[in-house]
Design a protein around this ligand. Structure first.
Ligand SMILES: [Zn+2]
Length: 369
């Protein structure tokens, strides 16, 4: 029986200015692997204590070893090259600046190393609470990395590329489950693309049929977790609308157009959904979440520093419970606090207060389950 993890969070936490500097200096060869690792170890240990003190139901390592939320995947797997994205997302960014470059699949994908073992081992060694590891979705990596004219020289179809990525991810997840990781979360900023006509028209221009692509994406994200021994583990998917520097987002609109297919067909135990702004629309699509699954409401924003009112969050949960049973809901922030190295404009204290609010409201609404 898997715990309901009522007080959840998406995973990434703020890095200290020293750690950010060390990461940047390490990239330039000015800080050794060992020195960076030592600094990360100390900060991760502290961030594990913080999560324990706050009382979250599942703990991450804050993704503090990562330069960004996708982590080591594109480094541990050869075959990617940085390049222009196949389609342009409408990145809304109040600070200006460029959207991130894409990792294009240009060669057959080959895994060179495990990409989350160091994170998982350290996390397991430093807490006896349930542990979460996050990984990018196969459908995301292919949506952003499959470029007709380039990738089809290596993988003839999107579906072939999806199968290759899913197989690599599945092997990693299988190892993590065998090593005792309690909770695997697949992060996916791609499904909300299907809410944006501006993205779909670009796919059509590239010869990609959105309807077929959605079916292929769901099949690949299911292949990622197919046949694994999940009896004692939780497998979740986070639907992401973009996060970085408190500013970025790229997708808006209700989950309605994709809800029936995604919530109904994705073989995941829970869905972490952004619900921190009106851009996410109403709770009606939650009626498509099968009763055995949990919808984690991302009602607390990691993008603004002001602390939400607990009354308001409770009222929003009550509204959501009109469309799916209360015991099929849980609570979290809408996304991580630091999907990028620099993270959002939220101080460590504010981050802690927001996580404490998640726990406080979760205990009030669902008790200590
Ligand atoms: Zn997100």
């Amino acid at each position: 029986m898997q715990p309901p993890y009522r007080a959840d969070h998406v995973g990434s936490l703020k890095r200290s200015p020293q750690l950010i500097e060390a990461h940047q200096a390490h990239d330039k060869g000015k800080v050794s692997d060992d020195a960076l690792r030592a600094l990360e170890d100390g900060e991760i240990a502290a961030c594990i204590r913080m999560q324990e003190d706050v009382g979250l139901d599942v703990l991450s390592d804050g993704e503090l070893r990562r330069g960004g939320w996708t982590g080591d995947f594109v480094h541990a797997v050869s075959g990617f090259e940085r390049g222009e994205p196949p389609v342009e997302l409408r990145w809304a960014n109040r600070h200006g600046g460029q959207p991130p470059a894409a990792q294009i699949i240009t060669q057959p994908l080959r895994q060179r190393a495990r990409f989350t073992k160091t994170e998982a081992d350290f996390l397991k060694r430093h807490t006896d609470r349930p542990c979460k590891i996050t990984l990018p979705a196969a459908s995301y990596l292919v949506a952003r990395g499959y470029k007709p004219g380039v990738t089809d020289k290596v993988y003839k179809t999107r579906a072939e590329a999806l199968a290759a990525v899913a197989a690599i991810l599945r092997a990693e997840i299988k190892s993590l489950l065998e090593e005792g990781v309690d909770y695997i979360q697949i992060d996916n900023p791609h499904y909300p693309d299907y809410l944006m006509e501006s993205v779909q028209s670009q796919w059509r221009a590239l010869g990609i049929d959105p309807k077929q692509a959605l079916a292929e994406d769901i099949a690949a994200d299911n292949a990622t977790v197919a046949g694994l021994n999940r009896a004692d583990a939780t497998v979740a998917m986070h639907f992401c609308r973009g996060n970085g520097g408190s500013a970025y987002w790229h997708s808006e609109g209700s989950y309605e157009p994709i809800a029936e297919q995604c919530f109904g067909q994705l073989d995941y135990d829970r869905f972490l959904l952004e619900y921190d702004t009106d851009r996410a629309g109403g709770f009606e699509p939650l009626r498509f979440v099968p009763k055995r699954k949990i919808a984690v409401l991302g009602l607390i924003s990691t993008k603004v520093s002001a602390l939400e009112s607990s009354d308001l969050i409770r009222r929003r949960i009550d509204e959501a419970a009109r469309f799916t049973p209360l015991n099929a809901l849980a609570l979290s922030p809408q996304c991580g606090f630091s999907s990028t190295l620099l993270g959002n404009d939220v101080s460590p204290d504010q981050q802690r207060q927001k996580l404490a609010l998640v726990v406080d409201v979760a205990r009030t609404v669902w008790g200590d389950a």
